[in-house]
Design a protein around this ligand. Structure first.
Ligand code: GLA
Length: 727
């Protein structure tokens, strides 16, 4: 049973295959977290909630019958502002009297099969009956009458649960939500390191690990997107834990806008973890009768270190997050013209790339930026989504037909959320650009962001995009977002609602994504934001893959892909071979194979040898597609542990196929080394395809694979592929 309620002890036990989460209702209605970690069968944990109260500096509430109870020290499932819990709070609601003292107590609960939708927000879902169960706990503030519903969905097969909150205003007065995190988790320990993924454009999701300390620490975005700077993901791992061992907790927010992930360690060495909408420049007025849904957070626990945690995220996202026709359908191998031509193309040049692609075995041609308005560089035309027929030397329909006649699918680039100051759209509707009155707007890449909070803007975009998509038999859409939001403000929101802007913006984006993906269910959508600036589970709900980075250099990509793999599966990672200079084509292929593979070049600019090499790569891609997209990933040598080389492995569930890639970034004087594989069946025999040699799983995992056949030099790589054989 994933969720058990022990009536006598008033304890909820949330069980998965790899974790137990225990909540208790105190007599005074506070909700305590007694435990979250590796599975435990019993719940005799009441003492865990008892914490020494430290004199009058930890305030107590007189209504508590609990011995030693102070909201300041108790491990709580909601941390409320202004009522004796002095740690960072997960909920702050300003009431009609103007104060923000918030106090939520248990009222009731219900347990039901499946998972509810979160209106307007992306979320995980039940893939098949019985794969998840939900606990909904209703709490209410006895003074204001405002309710807060805590939602816990338990994915039993995976060691994962989701959490979110719904705030309902059942009172007679409007209230202001000032802080509404998706969850609050008070762990009864703090001997952890904190892992986060920082970065910038061209260098996304770099791994960073630091010991947590007493006090406040965390990561956040204030950029109007989940951002290149910090991914909405953090993990806590034992100080001594690593890739294969130790308790690891992963937290990921299903949200594509300003977020905050906080860890606060108190004097009891208890770590409070909070994650949700960034309270900076956020507020929400809730009228009587209205509800507010927080985004959803995903919590994963593994006592097999970061590797176990990542594999759980991967399986969960492949099954219970990514949706639609392309969830498990083989994605077409594509060529995109961006890195090859930039915006300097015409219909003939595109056709020539497509012709080469068809002859080479590539399955789809994607026309990137520059096909609309008068756009030949990035100074104009965003918003004028009208085909530039002069440039294409005909209609879009003509080009699509010519390219499809080659046997290819056709994809197109859009950046719907942007508007160029030099565009007919901006000249007609300057107030459609996000701006604040009286201030000159900041430009980013010479463009403004369009106001997605407005229904008229979304209708315009839906109509103009569906016109192009609907009349041209288009198979794929790359949805880009190439700047951050500044001067956050909407011409339509009244002053008191401007603080709702960022959240309304992302809800507007989600609404348009939802409408378009429903109107065009066959369309394969790839998310993008200057590469991987919006690489988050919110976007994955609408697009089964995201362009990982504008940096296609294999050496840089290794770090980016390793970092991304902390919680995102290979299937969602758009990764292409380009004409980048620092490695040969074999290594570019070996890196790009770890993801949704493709090419990003103009064949006219690469050597005959490179073109021949590419032909040989394609068969391998098809052959290993399922193993890499949906197999189990083992990080064998991580770039954060070894600056010179890295290695990774995919195995299938039955442990009969093993795909290992070794990448030497910088050679160290002809050193021999042995690579210990992971996750194999020790009793199985495995045949190395290249040599026909047979090794036991035990040997490969314990003695390792001798890498004496690795090519010499810097930036070289090699794939070792094994299949299990009968004795
Ligand atoms: C962004 C994307 C690129 C490309 C350009 C086009 O940078 O990440 O792949 O589409 O925009 O302007």
């Amino acid at each position: 049973m994933p969720i058990i309620y022990h009536e006598k002890e008033k304890i909820f036990q949330l069980n998965t295959a790899g974790s137990t989460y225990v909540i208790q209702i105190y007599d005074n209605g506070f909700l305590a977290n007694l435990y979250y970690g590796a599975p435990i069968p019993d719940v005799n944990l009441t003492d865990f909630a008892r914490r020494k109260v430290h004199a009058s500096f930890c305030a107590i509430l007189p209504d508590s019958t609990e011995e030693s109870f102070s909201p300041d020290t108790a491990p709580l499932e909601i941390g409320c502002s202004g009522r004796a819990d002095m740690r960072p709070s997960s909920l702050q609601i300003r009431n009609k009297d103007g104060n923000a003292a918030t106090d939520m107590r248990y009222v009731s609960h219900r347990i039901f099969a499946g998972k509810p939708d979160l209106p307007g927000l992306p979320h995980l879902y039940s893939e098949e009956a019985g794969d998840c169960e939900t606990l909904e706990i209703t709490t209410a503030d006895p003074y204001t009458g405002v309710k807060c519903l805590l939602l816990y969905t338990v994915f039993e097969k995976h060691a994962a649960l989701t959490r979110s909150a719904v705030i309902e205003n059942d009172s007679e007065n409007a209230v202001e939500i000032e802080r509404a995190h998706s969850f609050c988790l008070d762990l009864n320990r703090s001997d952890f390191d904190l892992i986060s993924l920082y970065g910038r454009h061209m260098q996304e999701r770099e791994f960073e690990r630091v010991p947590i300390r007493h006090g406040y620490q965390g990561v956040a975005s204030r950029r109007g997107s989940s951002s290149h700077s910090q991914n909405p993901f953090i993990a806590l791992i034992d100080h001594t834990g690593g890739e294969d061992f130790g308790d690891a907790y992963g937290f990921n927010l299903v949200y594509s806008s300003n977020f905050r992930a906080e860890v606060d360690v108190d004097f009891n060495n208890s770590a409070r973890v909070l994650m949700g909408i960034n309270p900076d420049d956020f507020g929400w007025t809730l009228q009587p009768g209205e509800s507010f849904y927080t985004p959803e957070a995903v919590l994963v626990f593994s006592n097999e270190g970061l590797g176990g945690m990542s594999r759980t995220f991967h399986r969960l996202y492949n099954h219970n997050l990514v949706r639609g026709e392309w969830k498990h359908k083989k994605r077409p191998l594509l060529v995109n013209n961006w890195e090859g031509t930039g915006m300097d193309f015409d219909g003939d040049k595109l056709y020539a790339i497509a012709k080469w692609a068809a002859e080479t075995g590539i399955e789809m041609f994607v026309m990137d930026d520059g096909w609309f308005g008068k756009r030949d560089d990035d100074t104009s035309s965003l918003g004028d989504w009208v085909v530039n027929e002069k440039k294409l030397k005909g209609t879009l329909g003509d080009l699509v037909r010519r390219i499809k006649a080659l046997g290819l699918k056709f994809g197109i680039w859009y950046e719907p959320e942007m508007i160029s100051p030099d565009s007919d759209l901006y000249r007609a509707h300057p107030d459609w650009a996000i701006h604040v009155p009286g201030r000159v707007g900041s430009e980013g890449r010479q463009q403004y962001v369009i106001d997605m909070t407005r229904a008229d803007v979304r209708d315009y975009l839906f109509d103009i995009m569906s016109g192009v998509l609907g009349s041209n038999d288009i198979d794929y859409l790359k949805w880009d977002f190439n700047r951050n939001i500044t001067e956050p403000g909407s011409a339509l929101l009244p002053p008191e609602k401007q603080k709702e802007f960022y959240h309304r913006y992302v809800l507007g984006t989600y609404e348009l994504m939802d409408r378009l993906t429903k109107a065009f269910p066959h369309l394969l959508v790839e998310g993008c934001s200057g590469g991987g600036g919006r690489y988050d589970p919110g976007i994955l709900y609408f697009s089964p893959q995201i362009w990982c980075s504008d940096n296609t250099d294999a050496i840089s990509r290794a770090n980016i892909q390793f970092g991304s793999s902390l919680c995102y599966p290979a299937s969602v990672q758009g990764s292409h071979v380009s004409a980048s200079k620092r490695t040969g084509y074999e290594t570019k292929r070996n890196l790009a194979m770890w993801g949704s593979f493709g090419y990003e070049l103009d064949p006219a600019n690469i050597s005959e040898e490179a073109r021949e090499e590419i032909k040989t790569q394609i068969a391998d891609y098809h052959r290993h597609y399922d193993l890499i997209h949906y197999g189990d990933l083992y990080r064998l040598i991580c770039p954060w542990d070894d600056p010179y080389r890295c290695a990774w492995e995919f195995t299938d569930e039955a442990k009969t196929k093993v795909h290992v890639t070794v990448f030497i970034k910088l050679a160290q004087e002809r050193r021999n080394f042995f690579l210990r594989l992971k996750g194999l069946d020790p009793d199985k025999k495995y045949r190395l395809e290249e040599t026909g040699e047979i090794y036991s799983g035990a040997l490969l995992m314990n003695a390792g694979l001798s890498l004496w056949r690795m090519p010499e030099g810097d930036a070289v790589s090699k794939v070792y592929y094994f299949e299990a054989v009968e004795d």
